[in-house]
Design a protein around this ligand. Sequence first.
Ligand SMILES: Nc1ncnc2c1ncn2[C@@H]1O[C@H](COP(=O)(O)OP(=O)(O)OP(=O)(O)O)[C@@H](O)[C@H]1O
Length: 262
Amino acid sequence: MSALVVEINKLWTVFPNGEKEFVVHKDLNLSVQRGEVLSLVGGSGTGKTVLLRQILGLEMPTRGEITVLGRPAAEIGRRGAASRVGMLFQQGALFSAFSVLENIAFPLRELNTLPAALIREAAMVKLQMVGLGPDAADKMPSDLSGGMVKRVALARALIMDPPLLLLDEPTAGLDPESSDSFCTLLRSLHRDMGLTVVMVTHDLDTLFELSTRIAVLAEQKVIVNAAPKDVVAFPHPFIHQFFLGERGQRAMELLREYPFTV
Ligand SMILES: Nc1ncnc2c1ncn2[C@@H]1O[C@H](COP(=O)(O)OP(=O)(O)OP(=O)(O)O)[C@@H](O)[C@H]1O
């Protein structure tokens, strides 16, 4: 298998805006190597979520190519895609009428190729993998804490052991303690499953705890894609404001605290 898991070439994303056009991405290039945790960082509206959805094949770019695991991203949006790419949406997005176990099993059920007992067993394994006990299996989403919702959504994203995992603001809305323990879980899963991860986050703790690389979106493209310590030192007004403004001290502390990233 090639070391390149995601390859984005000359990507344009243009949305209609009244009489005019609104250009979100312009000639954007990005590549993600196997085993990386690549974080996408950028100001509001720079097209981070759109890019994740395009990698997942849920949206088509206006122009350019996105190759995921050697095939066009457009093929991923189809049936059985969960075996190639798992996605953790920002709100967790569980089905409220399904139990925890039914939510986790959903992509396997959809495939309709395995007997129910095997599907149940696979979902129980994933439940354990995300640190939840068997007693959580029959709970309904409304009975779960925010941290548990994220864990169940993660278990569902991983049900078919995809090599690539996409995370949209994985720790948004969690209290600091739940956020920390979710980061620890993501980090051990990344290590143990040999996952490649592409993540969008605004949270500096999450960013420095998990990222092996950071790609910064500005001026409709990726202005830098490098190790965290090199990104922090890159001369650009957005980066200066994001890492070295008010939050600068914190960013520097985090760089020292998480040797994994430097
Ligand atoms: N389907 C669409 N039609 C028109 N405009 C869209 C569509 N989807 C996204 N946009 C616009 O594209 C821009 C990028 O959106 P996106 O959600 O990717 O931003 P983002 O970088 O994730 O921002 P944030 O950090 O605020 O979540 C925004 O201005 C958004 O309004």
